[in-house]
Design a binder for this molecule. Structure first.
Ligand SMILES: Cc1cc2nc3c(=O)[nH]c(=O)nc-3n(C[C@H](O)[C@H](O)[C@H](O)COP(=O)(O)OP(=O)(O)OC[C@H]3O[C@@H](n4cnc5c(N)ncnc54)[C@H](O)[C@@H]3O)c2cc1C
Length: 390
């Protein structure tokens, strides 16, 4: 049985000063009023091109982001390494709407793949599919593929070619590649593309990983069917599991357009589906490699306990646990202390590009009932422990 209560282990990478800084950051984020005002001011400052870097960089940015470039982010990778925690550098650009932006994201992602190939503490590479094609193409190819015009077909094919370039590069350096999941209306075409990649690059083991958002009520079935095709087609499945980041947007769009919401009706059903997907994949571990991307203690424990029960080596290369940089260190560092494979997603990129990511982190950290409450409680506990220890 594994537990995550040990805050000495959880925060041992943080100096007293860093601990205090994190404490105040989460304290501010716990206040929805302050958080909304800061988000509004930042958006306005960006709109009128007023420089905000001096305020954002040393605070929320440095807590959740590795740096502007790969080399700047390597500092975080080296600190994590000291505590047996690996890192995944995630170039966090979203929405490749122009050819220039797409090309620049492609070149940067190729650099991050080459970098991972040379760094033993970076066991995966990753990308967001929306960085590599115009979003209207993803949407139309997902929902109305038969009616793509000739030009649209070319753009859709260009997306597949770019994904292939990235998967081939990852395969060549021997580092698996994770493909993030996005809004449901983009996902059919992403799934189609990723399956083609798995058939090509996953013949001996899982190199290409798709992402299953378990807040979608169709995803458990989707995973099982994918598994059946993998058995029939003799390829391995890389399965990254997350609950899903876009619940509100999904529900609003479904209500506005009058189709049934793709999201589970409540948190309990999402949680159940998530853990069932872990159990299903674990039962088929000879075919499915698992990447457990969650800050949920129970879902982290479910998988760790299954491994313990079955007597599986904790560092079996087919099973990884992952949390975002700056969040849930109590899960990451305690799992790593027990010898499990853990990798933090470390986003990097220019401040302007990373802001949507930071707004999402700030938003999910607002509720005092949720993540922030827990982070604050753990940070407070560790600050008190250190004070008493002196
Ligand atoms: C390493 C890593 C990689 C990630 N990659 C992606 C990615 O590629 N794509 C992506 O979309 N997200 C991604 N995420 C974010 C993820 O989807 C979640 O938003 C986030 O991790 C919170 O979920 P949780 O499992 O950590 O924990 P919890 O805090 O236990 O769960 C919160 C989540 O539960 C679900 N939920 C909450 N309330 C309800 C409700 N009323 N009804 C139904 N469901 C509900 C939502 O998905 C919500 O985000 C990633 C997260 C991590 C840690």
């Amino acid at each position: 049985m594994i537990g995550f209560e040990n805050t000495e282990i959880a925060f041992r990478s943080k100096s007293d000063k860093a601990l205090t800084k994190a404490y105040w950051l989460f304290k501010i984020m716990a206040n929805p009023g302050i958080q909304k005002t800061l988000a509004g001011v930042t958006k306005l400052a960006l709109a009128i091109r007023f420089p905000v870097a001096w305020a954002v960089k040393p605070t929320i940015y440095s807590h959740f982001v590795g740096g502007i470039t790969i080399s700047e982010s390597l500092r975080a990778v080296r600190v994590l390494e000291k505590f047996k925690v690996s890192a995944i550098l995630d170039y966090s650009v979203e929405g490749g709407e122009t050819e220039a932006a797409i090309e620049s994201a492609l070149q940067e992602t190729l650099r991050s793949i080459a970098n991972a190939g040379n760094d033993a503490n970076i066991p995966f590479t990753v990308f967001k599919p929306t960085a590599f094609v115009q979003s209207y193409i993803l949407e139309k190819a997902s929902e109305d593929k038969a009616n793509l015009t000739e030009d649209e077909q070319k753009l859709a094919q260009a997306f597949k070619d770019r994904v292939n370039t990235l998967c081939q590069a990852a395969y060549n350096v021997g580092v698996p590649i994770l493909i993030d999941a996005e809004d449901s209306w983009y996902q059919n075409f992403i799934d189609e593309t990723v399956e083609e990649m798995m058939r090509k690059y996953n013949k001996e083991k899982a190199v290409v990983f798709n992402t299953w958002q378990m807040y979608r009520h169709d995803r458990l079935e989707h995973l099982k069917k994918w598994y059946e095709r993998a058995v029939a087609g003799n390829f391995y499945v890389g399965a990254k599991f997350v609950r899903g980041a876009y619940m509100e947007k999904e529900r609003i769009r479904a209500a506005e357009r009058g189709y049934p919401s793709p999201i589970h009706p409540d948190k309990e059903s999402t949680d159940r589906a998530y853990d069932d997907a872990l159990r299903f994949s674990f039962e088929h571990i000879d075919r499915i490699s698992i990447f457990n991307g969650t800050h949920n203690e129970k879902s982290s424990k479910v998988l760790a306990d299954l491994m313990i029960e079955k007597g599986m080596p904790h560092d079996d290369k087919r099973i990884w646990f992952s949390q975002l940089y700056g969040m849930s260190d109590h899960i990451s560092f305690n799992l790593a202390e027990h010898g499990f494979n853990v990798a933090k997603y470390v986003p990097y990129g220019p401040i302007k590009h990373v802001l949507p990511y930071l707004f999402r982190r700030a938003a999910e950290n607002t509720s005092v009932k949720g993540q922030t409450g827990r982070e604050l409680m753990l940070l407070t506990k560790e600050r008190n422990r250190r004070k008493n220890f002196r």
